[in-house]
Write a protein of this length. Structure first.
Length: 317
């Protein structure tokens, strides 16, 4: 039998943009766009000013993991290989230049919209077994905008029969409109940074004080380069960790995380293609260290039926 033409299937979407459908939420001057591919934050503006970098726009393919949700692990699993309770697992290599498994499994999958209001959207996905990952998880991500800025929560529930290791992050790029990150000031209080080798595999923790990895002195980023994880983050009286990017025109963007956020990953965009190279700054709230499936550093263990929620957000002034 010949294939049925797509146009004769009312249940089959046609004419999709590369990331599938996109959904807008807005309140006052706040506006965000989320795609069903990866539940990705594709744009966020306040009074038409970009707060996160939209790269080529919300309907284009993702650039540099732009706005993606990273679970059930963030960052890299070295060589894609890890051991859990005596059993060796081999993940698919998704960073072939370095030979690692990068940024989890849900960032390239299609999520389902389960709630969409004017100022809020919630998407969900059921993650089943993948090569090197035998644990079923149900994940829900929520984005909301309002007077307090943008707030997002990622909740993951172990729906399998066995205890499950888990870590998560998100990958927003903070906008520096019309300028380079060299000209911006980053305030990122952290006592420790994680050194890596030439494959970005973690090696040792080192103190930030007095080094190029100290972003607390109020000076511009300048020529400093980073694709670096930071930890030992001070927690404010509101229970949050915070980092602030101030652009040359004096605009401030604050990225915050709740008590589950114990690491920042900072990327100054040096590996991005022009015109984005060093034109935008990735700052990723993470619940655990790079390569945590091997080191256990910050890894959460979810028993069957247990859930984990990470909440983060953005404000601007």
């Amino acid at each position: 039998m010949a294939d049925e033409p797509a146009g004769s299937r009312p249940d089959l979407p046609v004419g999709l943009a590369p990331p599938g459908r996109t959904f807008e939420i807005a309140a006052g001057g706040e506006r965000a766009v989320v795609s069903e591919s990866g539940a990705t934050l594709r744009a966020y503006t306040v009074d038409e000013r970009p707060i996160v970098e939209a790269f080529h726009g919300p309907e284009s393919p993702v650039v540099g993991c732009q706005g993606e949700v990273l679970a059930p692990w963030p960052n890299r699993v070295v060589d894609g290989r890890w051991t859990w309770r005596g059993e060796l697992h081999q993940l698919s290599i998704t960073e072939p230049d370095r030979g690692h498994a990068l940024h989890g499994l849900v960032r390239t999958l299609t999520w389902t919209v389960v709630e969409h209001r004017a100022d809020l959207i919630r998407l969900a996905i059921l993650l089943l077994a993948h090569p090197g990952w035998p644990f079923p998880l149900h994940c829900t991500v929520t984005y909301a905008v309002g007077p307090g800025g943008l707030t997002s929560s990622l909740m993951s529930t172990n729906v399998g029969r066995l205890a499950c290791p888990y870590g998560a992050a998100v990958h927003p790029y903070l906008a520096v409109p019309g300028r380079m990150v060299d000209d911006a000031v980053l305030h990122l209080p952290a006592a420790t940074w994680l050194a890596t080798d030439d494959r970005l595999s973690p090696t040792t923790r080192q103190p930030t004080a007095g080094t190029d990895h100290d972003f607390t002195d109020g000076t511009p980023i300048g020529s400093r380069r980073a694709d670096t994880a930071f930890t030992d983050l001070p927690v404010g009286p509101n229970g949050r960790v915070e980092a602030t990017l101030t652009t040359p025109d004096g605009h401030r963007t604050v990225l915050w995380g709740d008590e589950t956020v114990r690491w920042w990953q900072l990327f100054t965009g040096d590996a991005l293609a022009d015109p984005w190279r060093r034109a935008t700054l990735a700052l990723e709230p993470m619940t655990c260290a790079p390569n945590a499936l091997n080191s256990g550093d910050g890894l959460v263990i979810l028993e069957p039926g247990e859930s984990h929620t990470m909440t983060w957000g953005l404000t601007s002034s």
